[in-house]
Design a protein around this ligand. Sequence first.
Ligand code: 9D3
Length: 331
Amino acid sequence: MRIDVITLFPKMFDGPFAESIVARARAAGRLELVIHDLRGWARDRHRTVDDVPYGGGAGMVLKPEPLVPAIREIKGGDGHVVLLSAQGRRFDEATARRLAEHAHLVLVAGHYEGVDERVIESDIDEELSIGDYVVTGGELPAMVVIDAVARLLPGVIDAASLEEESHTTGLLEGPQYTRPPEFEGRRVPAVLVSGDHASIAKWRRAEAVRRTAERRPDLIDAAALTPAERARLPRPAAKAPVPDADLVAAYRSGIGSYRIAAHFGISPATVRSRLRAAGVRLRAARSTPRGPTAAEVARMRATGLTVRELARHYGVSHVTILDRLKKDRSK
Ligand code: 9D3
């Protein structure tokens, strides 16, 4: 595989790729990795690569020239072009596996506030983010992607490790231990020193499932679990019930039962019956409805305004507008 990187900070790549798995992949001839300085494609005296954003705002934006000529020259006939950006789809192991299928990747590390959108439309095949936090540029994310992809290339890491990984896709690993068998009074689980390999495998699998359900419930749906494992999962924690005292306090402060219901995610009927059961005397429901009358909305609608525009105009929800229009029609 060949990976090209386009960046304004080529030296950032020296350290990480001199060491590590990626260095091994390069040495073994599995990976050809070439880092390009975008300024090499700048044509003016100041080697300009960025400019101020149209419409104003902080920061600088990477210009189409020199970026587009750089991408087109480097990608040649077969490059798959990936932009690292905070607006990208989240990079994950499945994406790493998909990228590892390409013979040639071109990674564009954005910096500053971003890249002119026309470059993305014309020359970027996909946009990836490494997670929901802000880093100062696309260089570290590009290195993360390269590392995750390089280790999947045939011959880079021990095939047995990858094979083991494939049995536990989508699961966290359970706890690991090494010698001594007892440390500060904490003993290694007996099953691991039993020499009973079937029991060890079962224990490890159960620990991986338990830990994933506990720490990363978001992974459980997509994890490869047997029906029996799924059946044994702990039920997801029920939503904490809303205390009566909170409903009563909200209602006594003057908030209506509909708004309380929406706030706590329970039905208005439940709110009112629980308030009644708690001994609260309910106020009469609002006699005049909030917002514009049905006739008013109907007249404005006839001018061609959309439901959404009417909702904006009156400062009410689109549901209210639809309700008024329906009332008007039924008259
Ligand atoms: C005003 C909003 N900007 C925050 C300072 C947006 C912004 C611009 C540039 C946020 C981050 C960056 C630089 N980051 C990346 O280019 C980036 C990134 C990231 O910040 N988080 C996770 N993945 C990635 S991939 C590229």
